[in-house]
Design a protein around this ligand. Sequence first.
Ligand SMILES: [Fe+2]
Ligand SMILES: [Fe+2]
Length: 483
Amino acid sequence: MTDLLNVSYDTQIPNNVGLSSDKKVLKALERWHPGYINWWNDLIPKNFQDSLIYLRTAVSVDPKGWTKFDYVKMPEYRWGVLLAPQVEDRRIPCGENAGELAWQEVPGEYRSLLRRLIVIQGDTEPGSVEQQRFLGLTSPSLYDMRNLFQVNVEEGRHLWAMVYLLFKYFGRDGREEADDLLRRSSGSEEAPRMLGAFNEETPDWLSFFMFTYFTDRDGKMQLEALAQSGFDPLSRTCRFMLTEEAHHMFVGETGVGRTIQATVDAMNKAGITDPYDIDKIRSLGVIDLPTIQKKLNLHYTLSLDLFGNEVSTNAANAFNSGIKGRYMEMRIKDDHKLNNDKYPVRTVKDGAIVSEEVPALTAINMRLRDDYVRDAAGGVGRWNKLIAKSGVDFQLKIPHEGFHRQIGVFSSVAVDPDGNILSSEDWLEKSKDWLPTKADGDFIQSLMKPCFEVGKYASWIAPPKVGIDNKPGDFEYVKLHMA
Ligand SMILES: [Fe+2]
Ligand SMILES: [Fe+2]
């Protein structure tokens, strides 16, 4: 059994899964590698491929010290296969097999279910990099550029993580799926990414920050659920991915926070107290708070859609088989089987939103979404503290779960951010106040000018409180190679 903490670099693909003695899988991964590098090279603009980026690379899976920071050219980044250490005598945490030894091989009866979950997870990873591909060109600072590329290379590594599982455990089907992960692409007509939110554009940096705050957090919840898997290699892979994911949400939370900070600072300096004095605020070169709220509404609701239908037999099957658990499964005090339990789900009945008790097994998605909503509220509270501290009278709010939904029970009705059901005429008239309009997008776009001077920041975003790896404010996070 491999339970190495340190990452070995003796093969082309850094790993802690003993690839050098697993020739078949190593060969398969080496065959897949050039396609991956081509994908990366086609994606990121050439100038940035040649630039030196101050990136962290995983050198261990020991949570106490797993990274090393250094300047790297991105195409030379060492994407690796890293699994959290094996827990001895680990048991399946939930479902009808609860309490049995975790599987080290794929159980035959759950093979296609497992493969599907791994492919869906794998598909999101390159999808987000594709969505963010042009952002480097308009980066508000070298610090932010470095953070963008850090997120991007790690999403690339997450793709490797899923591809390893496909090659190692799913034979020929796995190989085909791995190739398809590079064939599909975000927003493509013929072969789009599998989930809606990964085919939307990330047209500007505020979208990027909202995406990393809200959508990467959906990723976190999905990984948390898969980290509970009775299929041990999947659990170990996801556990290590979660350590990286925390940084992505940090980039999102601080990015939105710094955007807010620049806005309230500029308002105070200009003596503007009304947050809805939009033209005046925009003329200061910052993004008004109501527009930030609209962006929040959009990205939050797209992320809610990623949890799928509230009531789902697929989700019930995944839980019942022990393939996917609940958030913090081991800390929940119940029988972990849920055969007789109920769970409340909000739904639409006779034109009203009501709560209904359903069998808990079928409400696994709903429960994970509820956990997500609680988790996402934390950062919004911290953003509001920034605003309150500045003296500006405004609060950001997470909209009602029924607002602007494309998936699930609320997709059939129009709901306002407070949870009132609207006629479609009312929705048409009012939604421009709740979701970014073309004019809002154009305005934000007008601010997206690169700021590549060391230690400088674009007008619309405040500098960070602390540097990455404790570097000082004038640290050169990217040594640009501009042709
Ligand atoms: Fe990821
Ligand atoms: Fe992420």
